[in-house]
Write a protein that binds this ligand. Sequence first.
Ligand SMILES: [Fe+2]
Length: 184
Amino acid sequence: MKCYHYLNLPFEFKPYKFPPIKVHVELEIKEHMIDQNFKNWLSSLGLAYDIPRMLIAVPNQQYTIHRDSSPEYGCVKINFIYNSQQAKMIWYKIKSGQSIKTYTNTLGETVEGGYTLNDLDILDQGILDSVSLVNAHDLHSVHNGNTFRQCYSFALKHINTDKRITWEEAEKIFLPYFTGSLSR
Ligand SMILES: [Fe+2]
């Protein structure tokens, strides 16, 4: 199963310049920091962004295996990635017969996680160093390269229903923008 696609967009995305950040952090991207051309293009597709985030990964950081949101809620993202060299994303699915694992976090909440590679099969993997459409609701991890990687990350929803788009919808909507797509 394909879990990402490189995108070739009809405009140049202008990333908001945050001050230099040399730690792993997740920041909110405020409305005024977001390129108007990006907003216009999304709305021309009937879409809007949801929870815009800037994610900094430190050199050689490895994210734990996680979902950005539950599979039912859905989480398809466009990620604009900068200063990244050979950052690898790997997607997983729980082996058949295995059940969902959970643990209690420091806030006392029950959250999914704690998987080992024995619990999982690999769904897909790829190098994510540029602008990409990403399935963020299936289990995944990121193995960063040797840089402070900046990822401007936008979940996507329908304007008219306010619902997140599914991966199947995303693959149809963005097909004309896939790098190397025959339809362009
Ligand atoms: Fe993620």
